[in-house]
Design a protein around this ligand. Structure first.
Ligand code: DAH
Length: 343
């Protein structure tokens, strides 16, 4: 028998036993290449066909075709079986129980300072105020001079204000926003301005070099001190409860005349006197007054025609009161166990 015929027979039986041993579709691909690839066993044998005589060629050619078809057919058939098996295995190993409860992502909460700013602004927006903003890096002129704060005022010392240059500082209060608004807007004006302020204070239980204020400003014809009192009473009751009273103590701020400090009924003892209010029954929460005529005229508003009131609320102080926090530093330490209490 001719050599090629022998090779073909050998390839066929070798292939059939190799096929039996197959485990995976990957092995099957390797097998296909080993027999039918460019350098495969069958391919090499077929290349030798050219040497055959005319007489031999038809019979050997027929056999060669049979072997090739057999290989192809069996490979296709086994491939399908292996793929089915593999898919089945994968489906079983990747079974998902859709009834298992999911992992709940922990829910965050707004910071107590943010919550307090939000609440206070809401109260004033409810009374028709709009929100104004100003820069934290402010002109010394706006932070002091135009608010009628004289050059000799102690708050202007280097130890009490962060200066960037002689003319620029970090604002020590939100009051300079009054100047910016008065300059741009015609009365009637009704704004609140929440924001950060900066003072070179050493942190302790009640001080922080960065803290927050909310400035309020109302300017119109015929605005009086009684409007201020009514407004602040409403604010105090919204924040600290229906039975809250306010108390005005005369004070001095250069940008208001008259000026006052405003206390609210102590939220801890309800006015009887306790350690929080140091026996007073009241706790200070803000400064206020009637806008000084010089502040109005300095921004081009005629104090004969218009009058107004202003106030500055301490946000941290209010937050500490509402949430019963005894050390301001708690508000800045980002301790999750502390913050998660205010959800
Ligand atoms: N700017 C003052 C402060 O930081 C607070 C203040 C007092 C603001 C009276 C005002 C006001 O608008 O009328 O201490």
């Amino acid at each position: 028998m001719n050599e090629i015929v022998q090779d073909l027979e050998r390839i066929r039986s070798q292939f059939l036993s190799d096929l039996d041993a197959l485990q995976t579709s990957k092995e099957l691909e390797d097998l296909r290449i080993a027999y039918l690839g460019k350098k495969g066993m069958l391919t090499s044998v077929l290349k030798g066909m050219g040497k055959l005589s005319k007489e031999e060629r038809p019979a050997v050619g027929k056999l060669a075709n049979e072997v090739r078809e057999l290989l192809n057919d069996r490979l296709d058939e086994v491939k399908q079986r292996l793929l089915d098996q593999e898919l089945e295995k994968q489906l079983q190993s990747e079974v998902i129980d859709v009834t298992i409860p999911g992992i709940r992502p922990p829910r965050g909460a707004a910071h107590p300072i943010e919550q307090t700013i939000d609440l206070i602004c809401r109260v004033f927006v409810g009374m028709g105020y709009t929100i104004a903003e100003g820069p934290e890096v402010e002109l010394v002129a706006n932070n002091f001079d135009r608010l009628n704060i004289p050059a000799s005022h102690p708050s202007r010392d280097e130890g009490d204000t962060f200066y960037i240059t002689d003319q620029v500082c970090l604002r020590t209060q939100t009051s300079p926003v009054q100047i910016r608004v008065l300059e741009k807007q015609e009365p009637p004006i009704r704004i609140v301005c929440p924001g950060k302020v900066y003072r070179p204070d050493t942190p302790d239980a009640t001080h922080s070099p960065i803290f927050h204020q909310i400035e309020g400003l109302v300017v119109d014809r015929g605005v009086s001190m009684s409007d201020l009192v009514g407004t602040l009473k409403l604010f105090a009751r919204e924040l600290f409860g229906e039975n809250t009273e306010i108390r005005l103590r005369p004070h001095h701020f250069p940008f208001t005349e008259p000026s006052c400090e405003v206390d609210v009924t102590c939220w801890k003892c309800g006015g009887k006197g306790c350690s929080t209010c140091k026996g007073e029954g009241f706790v200070e929460v803000l400064g206020a007054g009637m806008v000084h005529p010089k502040v109005l005229s300095g921004t081009g508003i005629d104090p004969e025609e218009f009058s107004g009131f202003a106030f500055g609320i301490g946000v941290e102080r209010t937050a500490m009161a509402r949430f019963n926090i005894d050390d301001i530093r708690n508000l800045y330490e980002n301790n999750m166990r502390f913050l998660m209490q205010f959800k």
